[in-house]
Design a protein around this ligand. Sequence first.
Ligand code: SF4
Length: 380
Amino acid sequence: MSDIERLELLTRQMHLEPAEDCYTNPLPSKEKEAIAVHKALMPNGQSIRLLKTLLSSYCENNCAYCPFRSQRDIRRAAFTPDDFARLFTSLYRAGFVEGIFLSSSVFQGAVKTQDLLLDTAAILRRRYQYQGYLHLKIMPGAERDQIEQAMLLSDRLSVNLEAPHAKALGILAPQKDFLSDLIDPLRWIQEIRTEKSPHRAWNGSWPSSTTQFVVGAAGETDLDLLSTTETLHRHTKISRAYYSSFTPYEDTPLENLPPSPHQREFRLYQASYLLRDYGFSVEDLVYQESGNLPQDTDPKFAWAQQHLLHNPLEINTASRSRLLRIPGIGPARADTIVTLRRNNPIKSFNSLRRINAISPTSAPYILINGKYPAQQLRLF
Ligand code: SF4
């Protein structure tokens, strides 16, 4: 296989489901049809063309849900760090891609695989002076020294837990140890961030960190997933958790399980933003008896129906954290309200309308001097 054919295969294997934001870039060569590039939003809000790929799809593990498991007969490919770095640099310099998310299957052990990923990153940064975005995957079971090396070279690291606790991981990936292979690396990232100066990091700051869960394959509940997410935010300072709906693949032990509905993934994302950005705790959220979020209701709306419907908030006296509990009011709008009322109390709903803080979503939960905007809403 040529380099381009290998990259085509590996990027296709990374995009297990066709992503809406996947497109091919107009590179003036035959390569333009081959490699899917992901449009990705960076932490600073900028959108870039991100190459998401594996260094290798050869795997020695047998995770029950995974299409790359060793017992599955699929076409596989691998790059050496040198070959990959050279190819990526040519695509980057041609303007085909603006950043990279580099992962790998596990071959010859996690430590060896992590070394290959680190070598690739080091060649990109040092030999080719690559200054772009680099998101590097941490292999389950990587060593602490390797984590620190990865932190010096990357903008973001991810350690995929896959499951919210050891029991569920035993179903999905029995060869991985929940604490030592997965939680420890996330813990080390945060320890290094707090204990060491980032002056040796490639751009003078430490990378962010994320994790990902497979949803709906191991009997885990939303409460399980969100509890672990909350713990990770609190103790390992991850930037965000990703939730990936389970999809069954032929010739895997879980091939007969139904796929997990995307609506569940969507509700989990909504709830996780409430934990991360809105001051909610896992206990605040409303669950069904099953331990899952109601699927037909936005989790913030479900909370407001229980707690604010009969106790609406006075817009002039509610704290910022209480304002954030109102459906339709996010961090930016809550800040604007706090600024607006700093010198003079808000007297009319028109002031709130001007900042788009009144809508059918928020109106039932807001008062000004004991009055609802509901009657006024009928005017527009
Ligand atoms: S999840 Fe990773 S380690 Fe497990 S089989 Fe898939 S590629 Fe291999």
